[in-house]
Design a binder for this molecule. Sequence first.
Ligand SMILES: [Zn+2]
Ligand SMILES: [Zn+2]
Ligand SMILES: [Zn+2]
Length: 166
Amino acid sequence: MNCPSCGAQMRLEADKDCFTCEYCRSIFFPEKDAEGVSVLQAESDQNCPICAVPLALAALAKIRIRYCIHCRGVLIPMDAFMPLVEELRAGSPGSLVPPAPDPNQLHRRIACPQCHQPMDTHFYAGPGNVVIDDCSTCLLNWLDHGELMRIVRAPDHTYTGEEEMV
Ligand SMILES: [Zn+2]
Ligand SMILES: [Zn+2]
Ligand SMILES: [Zn+2]
């Protein structure tokens, strides 16, 4: 994107959720949407596994994710997943008892946006009663809209439902 003050090309900081202008030193923070996600780049090299449109490069609680502006699903590197959940919990989002997991969600099959192999669809072992999709090759988790906040807002930190089903 271009600098709002001087029009020069801005640089995206590798570990931040802002752009800097090398010409006039302006710092620009992209606007956050209602869910706290700021889109840094409208299109990345990976597509949404649900909508097949390019995922945006985005930041949530200062952590880099890929985000579908269409279905609002999120693709999160596994090593960033717990830090992200902790960071979002630190923002006191309030707790909410999650509804029972929906076993029908286990039947959906989606392909990994990176390696295009089928993702592993399973009950998330932590709180929130959600079904997530992950790729153990690329170390990526896909969460549909709302699932991340269900995990964040779950009052307990252990999964209380049925045994994990494969
Ligand atoms: Zn500038
Ligand atoms: Zn999508
Ligand atoms: Zn993969």
